[in-house]
Ligand binder design. Sequence first.
Ligand SMILES: *Cc1c(COP(=O)(O)O)cnc(C)c1O
Length: 421
Amino acid sequence: MGDGGEMNKVAMTAEDIKVLDAQDTLTWARKAFHLPDGLIYLDGNSLGPLPEKALDRVVETVAEHWGKGLVSSWNDAGWFKKPLELGARIAPMIGAAGGQVVVTDNISVNLFKLVCAALALRPDRTEIISDIANFPSDLYVLDGISRLLPGITIKLIGRDGTLEALLGDQTAAVVLTAVDFRSGALLDMAGITQKVQDAGALTLWDLAHSAGAMPVALDAINADMAVGCTYKYLNAGPGAPAFLYVSERHHDAARTPIAGWFGHADPFAFSPDYIPSTGISQFLSGTPPILSYAPLEASLEIWEKIDMADVRKKSLRLTSLFMKLVDALSPTYGFEIITPRVPSGRGSQVSIRHPRGLAIMRALIARGIVGDFRAPDILRFGFTPLTLSFHEVFEAVQILDDIMATESWRGFSNNSASGVT
Ligand SMILES: *Cc1c(COP(=O)(O)O)cnc(C)c1O
């Protein structure tokens, strides 16, 4: 099966699971998060759990900084510098040296800004490459850019050809997501970056399912630009702002299309002329979401005590265990794991295809096993090493087995839901 672990050889027993939990160096982190009792949360790849200290930070920001400090908190509580300060704290998690990351807006808006900036860095080129399987919002943003700039066309891997076939002297930028949101497949970021740059184009990486899930090495792979969110593996809560990365070598020439006052060289000069700031802060737009930064600070206080190599090691063990346990059920129940087996080929989620996937996921959620579902038939399970135990993975698969064996999923609709899934 190629995942090379000792887990493939032996049947897993409750005793084996105890050993895995006993070897886990991250168990302390679980206590830093609030998770409701009786729930096995396998959806931290969609919305990360609440850091215990988040509420304190929110209360402090609202009651003290806003309530008492009022407008002086822009300076006294450091509000004005938050986008840069928090960017500097996220930077080591994605392998970025200082001064290249800010926290602001959401991924979609940041992607728009950076794709436009990339196009301006390659003014003689007319094409952007992405992937038909990319996160739809990323594709919508690209589509919007092509309508705004009529000379620009979007080429999609999986629809128009392979990356190799599409790359050429018209390629301005390649926009890819490091870990596929449906399958959990991890791309060879270093190899692709090299290939894209050999063709004279820029890379723009979406790190939504990789930041906080594994070590990312943007500087080491010579990445050009990247975006990512903080509400998935980074646990900063619903609506938490996204981050963006622009390699320092592009700071002088790149220009954001959303030229707002927070990206101005001197916002409080109130000049009618836009003069961009010099560093990464030029990619800010308007007033940042100060209240939404508070939970991110609580989360980063935890993350700063954590070695991303340990996160990756545990993540691979969790996903490997889950796949092994599901493999034992697959011949009986018709599960198909679509996540790559090779460790270098997967992120921190496992996706299973089943024609009754939605009904099965609803049955799981009713039993306290929270994953999610992606149309048309994918059950998605995210593994957040900071909060999950091996025992929980074991128990989740036992309950899956029970739901299948008793056919209790028949009590749930397999028709697609409305609202958030
Ligand atoms: C979750 C996710 C997003 C979210 O984008 P927002 O604009 O921040 O809502 C974008 N891209 C990918 C790959 C995602 O998984």
